[in-house]
Ligand binder design. Sequence first.
Ligand code: GAR
Length: 201
Amino acid sequence: MGVLGSGKGSNFVAIADAIAAGKIPAEIAVVLSDVESAGILAHARDRQIPAQFVPPGKFRTKLEEAAEHAFVAALQNAQVDLIVLAGFMRVLKGDFLRAFAGRIVNIHPSLLPSFPGLEGWKQALDYGVKVAGCTVHFVDAGVDSGAIIGQQTVPVRDHDTAETLHARIHAAEHELYPKCLAALARGEIAVAGRRVIWKNP
Ligand code: GAR
């Protein structure tokens, strides 16, 4: 697997710990980030996993073409089979999606299709929903719109702030993502259009 992230890397840590514990039959070959100071790079280096900052170029929400090619090249050099987005905050476009069609997964901090885009947990809180959660899905050309692999719910409590709700969702992510990746790595996931079927739920 190749893991891409822009932030602190708590999902990366949960995944790496699950691999170390023998729960996911996979290996993380490389970690890439568009943010030089991202915690995810430090966590990877702590675990002796190759970690690289790739400058994203001049745009704020997507990669510049040269950067996209640099990401693809680094992932191909590492011979990854699956791209795992773990808090990667840029939308992936054409060449990247074509290079790894059907082999990119993402975790999003809301119950999709509600609250795609930025700060899903804050959107959920502001909307007033009573149940929130997280979603693992395949990545397609839209924003958080690919076929859903797994979801986990958490309650929204009356006194929640954006921070307390995000912390509860983060904890759910740390359970859901390793579970979904284990099923993918074991070949237990079948895709039929938008429906993702678990062979051993
Ligand atoms: C996670 O909550 C993840 O769902 C979110 O960023 C956070 C990364 O945390 N991703 C997105 O919002 C993608 N649109 P982490 O760096 O601690 O894993």
